[in-house]
Design a protein. Sequence first.
Lengths: 715, 483
Amino acid sequence: MVRLKKIVSSSIFLILFLLTFLLIFEVYVEIPPWLQPIGRMHPLILHFPIALIILLLLLDVFQSHIEENSYIKIRIFLLYFTGLTTALSALMGFFLSLEGGYGSELMERHKWLGVALCYVIYALILSYKYGSNIYRIFLYSSMVLVVLSGHMGAGLTHGTDFLVEPIASAEKSIPTKDSPIYEGFIDPIFSSKCKSCHNPEKQKGELDMTSWTALMKGGENGPAIIPFAVDSSLVLQKAFLPIDHEEHMPPEGKPQLSKEELELILAWIKQGADAQMAMAHLSPNDTLYLVTNKILTALKQEQQKPVYEFDFADSELIASLNNSYRSVVQVAQDIPALDVNIYISQAFKIEYLNDLKKIKNQIVSLNLAYMPITNQDLAVIGTFTNLEKLNLNYTNISGEGLEVLKLCEKLTSLSLSGTSVNTELSELFKNLPRMEEVYLWRTSLESADLDQLKSQRPDILFNEGFIPNPKDTTALPPPLLGNKTRIVDLDEKVVLKHKLQGVTIKYTTNGVDPDSTTSEKYSKPFELPDSTQVMARAYKEGWLPSEAVSFPFFKKGFEPEKLVLLTQPNEKYSGKGATSLIDRETGSAEDYKGRAWLGFDNEPFSVQIDFGEKAPTIQQVVFSYGQNMRQNIMPPVALEVWGGNDTSELKLIKRISPPVPSKNQGNREEMIPVSFAPTEFRYYKVKAFPIEKLPKWHRQKGKRGLLFVDQLFFY
Amino acid sequence: MSNPFFEHKLNINRRHFLGKLGLGVGGAALGTLMVPDLFKNSMGGDGMPLGLKHYASKAKRIIYLFQNGAPSQLESFDYKPLLNKMFGQDLPESIRQGQRLTGMTANQERFPLVGSHFGFKQYGKSQTWVSDLFPNIAKITDDICMIKSVHTEAINHDPALTFMQTGAQQGNRPSMGAWMSYGLGSENKNLPAYCVLLSRGKGNGQGVYSKLWSNGFLDSTHQGVQFSSGEDPILYLNNPKGIDGANRRKMLDHLAELNEIGYAEFSDAGIKAKIKQYEMAYRMQTAVPEVTDFSKEPDHIVKLYGSDCMIPGTYAANCLMARKLSESGVRFVQLYHQGWDQHGNLANEMSGQAKDVDQASAALITDLKQRGLLDETLVIWGGEFGRTNYCQGKLTEKSYGRDHHPKAYSIWMAGGGIKAGTSFGETDEFGYNIVQDPVHVHDLQATIMHLMGLDHEKLTYKYLGRRFRLTDISGHVVKGILA
């Protein structure tokens, strides 16, 4: 027995020690899942301490009726047993509290009372030897503690109103537009913020605020509310005093009236503070109507949180329904409703829809947009009786199939955009009382039918979507180039295309802006005679012609054997060195960081070209360069072509000076052909000079310009 | 306690203590080795299961139209006529209150005020002020909530951008899209849950970097996937010449077999991840062309978004792509439009930038709406900070610039759970300080998460011994903008 006592005593001490430790470091404590069942046994154990403490109390009361020896034995046994169960249930309670969902103030109080009870019981065990007075103090205080914490604990599980619920008034209902504003909106404000001090039992300042008549009667300073008199109604006077003012109401530290509440009381008094006045009596533009409505909407919203009466679907079933093309997800973690999406029309199988019968009660939202489903396939949807939102955009359905939806009485939103719905839908909507929004953009519905629907159900929002103004003439997007490269061999053709249907493309190959009358119409890929700019424009009825686009095309020409750069490009823009000039990879005029470009700033560009032993006959050099004037990337001011059969004796063949642009010309790739009398030299040299001073119109006029070289071609 | 033996046992000395401690810690360590998750919380964050919303909410997906470089609020949505009246006068010190400035204007001798070069009008039932630069956004004011009181902590682009996107300025945290992917998972398993689309206007530009769509310390599956701005938004999805779909399937099946053998031998989780990624890539071969195909879009749509939407890589094309991706279940589509950094030549550059984005931004809202998708999609439009009410550089009637201003700027939101047709927050008459309802970047992030059904305090990830979250250690849900 003594040994058992020791074990129990030290176990209690240990548990207490552990509990204290955990409480101190509570913020760091995380409960692993295997400990959670232990926490959940708290409600199992906690009834022991309650009963045992009551027994100890009874034992104390009836002490004189019990033989002393037995009394001592029973008491010791009871004491240790109480101590152990109390400590255990406190520890378990602590674990349970960490599971989350118990964040309330009630929880905090319950926790600390429980902990206090533990220590008191431990003190009780230690104190029983030292006389009955100390013992009794601890015993009775433990009784008080166990009652209090037990009550709060019950409040946590059953709700605080559990005991009085059957006799308390029916649950608060939301006031309507017909209920008196005083009763529905004003009185609840006073109930929550004022009545605790101003009621028939406790009349601070002799004021009772529990009824309209009492308010009109007022307190020691006169009536609390004087109809129409906003300035002299004491309720408002006190509320509008600065918060640190002694007379301010509600007193500092107590919950204050919110802005909306003050607005409402003010508007109500201004309108006469009538006890019976309701929203229905007011015009919708009236201030009182507006502020009341604001509060009413907020109240309604609070109640609108979805409440579902059906059960959760089996989580394994949900998992099995999820696959690559179908997602089935709970609307939120504690809500049984399911949200279903099916994606990728090419992969669609009808089972993806039909399988959903297994969760027909839980589906509240279903997205089938773009799936190749037809009228017959919709039949299964009729069994989804809790469906609220259905998306059938761009499916192959028409009006008739929708009839089955009248079984889905809870539908609030239906998307039918892009379908060939064309029949009478009014019968359907008669059966869907909750319907709020219907999306009918690009359907085949006649406008007369739509008008009829609108007049029949003015409460539904029928969204017809964007219909362009027939007078609106947006410019077409420009044509696109179909070729992967703009350097073409003899047999390769230029391909132009456009993403819109029914577009006419007109093009030129001589650098002239294309127009609708004289330019060639594009019908099939065409060949190019020379390296040149291809310019194109798109035309379509109901649109302005597109901007002209220009694509420089290059014939491949002769390939040199070797290139040597005589001047070095800026090291940030050194591309692949000399090979960048003949690698036939063209760069983008927007991005100069790529390896396609060679960038020169301080020195002119100069390259020596070697055609080897068998020099071809050459009569033209085409020099291509980038232009992005905002980034100071300009055309060259001069181009020189030199030639000769010995590198030390090259002669100038031709020099040209392209004109300096007179305004910003946008970002593009340009080419300059330099033609001369046919030659058969082995070596050539091409020099290009960057602009030294940016022209006057430029934002950074006077600064050095940059020169970005792309490719060189020889013909 | 009279048993001397028992009492002796209570005498714990240092040696005993260390000995027992060693055994205890060793035991715990052994336990952890044998059952690795013994002390690990199996839930994501604070006991929240991953992949489900914490509470029901309307928004399922986000499209974030980021205006990179910080568009001026004073030429867009925050109308301050006083600045026009006080043209050229100095910014009163009582307003600036010693606010720190960037190196670009800190040494300026004067801070002359300058008003908007563009007119403002009120639009819609909500009577929202919008400048003449945004005629199309003006038409949708009843669908949006204009927040004029956002403020941030950073004063330069990179930290401010990083702060907005990741909740910290340093750039080592997961971005908003990665958090969404982590918390809610992906809706369409054939597409990345987080896609990033870039475009660039002609205005003075600031770069964007992949750290802005980084997964940080989260699993790499949550990383944003940057789409290419060329014809093929995702490269290398086509089968190479000579390989057809059946061939590819066979190849993947055999590869998976080999990988399974490898997994059986090494038990490396990375191998499993790789098998999954090959499978996803295979499914993307059908999904991506279907989702990103613009050729079936009707003329209506091109007129709605503007003809630029058919030119790959433009903001308009990205907006249309964003709608298509979002419609196909991509959780978070992030756009960046660069070129909003108007330190000089503001009027000129800003009209170009506004022209780039105005029509397509409004079109996106209209387009989502006509498909019944606006209420489940949250659209956010805005930059990383605002711009000063005083001029940077030389002030003339026609030309001026504005420096960075972190203390107040405007953004707007539309769609899922947002109170449409409202303005929230106010700045003072100078447009410099917030006088009503300030919204810190962390508040904004908390609100965005709330709208997506996530509690910003509960969606956490434990890394380096700390539970991290998008809103770091602050942030409050802005109730005033919720429907």
